[in-house]
Design a protein around this ligand. Sequence first.
Ligand code: 6PG
Length: 244
Amino acid sequence: MTQPKIEVLADASTLVQRAAELVMAEAQQAIAQRDRFTIALSGGNTPKPLYEQLAEKDLPWSKVHIFWGDERYVPADHADSNAGMARKAWLDRVPLPAENIHPMATDAADPADAARTHEQHLNAFFGSKSEPGQFPQLDVVLLGIGPDGHTASLFPHTEALQVCDRSITVGNKDGQPRITFTVPMLNRARCVIFLVTGENKRTALQQIFAEQADSSQWPARLVQPQDGQLIWLLDQSAGQELTL
Ligand code: 6PG
């Protein structure tokens, strides 16, 4: 397990610039080494300006493949859709082939079917298996945290936290289903980058980095990439009182 690299940036816009720099570096390295770059996006508000910045960058877009670490179980055109947000902020603004965008389908009556379908899609794309240690390996996974310490759609004290024999499962936020990467799937990534801004994340950060804390209460503690890098980008508001 690698030690996390923690960077505290002056403010949210500096954090976004740093995040864009890191993503571009990882993309260029992946394309040089494997002739493609695979990234899973996070949702919520924090990453939106990052996606807007990435829309201004230049990459060999035919070699870039976009996934999501989690998705709300709403139609693709719903205001809450993570894929919808990323398409508007970034993906619709660059010449990315449609087949390089791999959204989590949210149209099955049973979210568990959607999770299985997406897992099968990932296995076909990555040549991976739904067996521990053989899950798909993405180059970069972007994550955020909620004030409750959730990440992706892995919420405190939910069953999704225990799923370790699949890469994709159904998360649950206040009874609302979500599709999410599982903990072992997140931990397969070559590079996990957390983007955290705002005072309302301070408590969660203290608990996530505490020597002793309940990981089922603070799920982001469970993100410990086996071989990959773990990078935390915090703005001053979020990271100010963090004692490591
Ligand atoms: C989602 C995200 C979720 C998000 C956190 C932080 O689907 O909402 O994947 O895990 O990263 O809730 O959200 P903010 O960046 O909006 O604070």
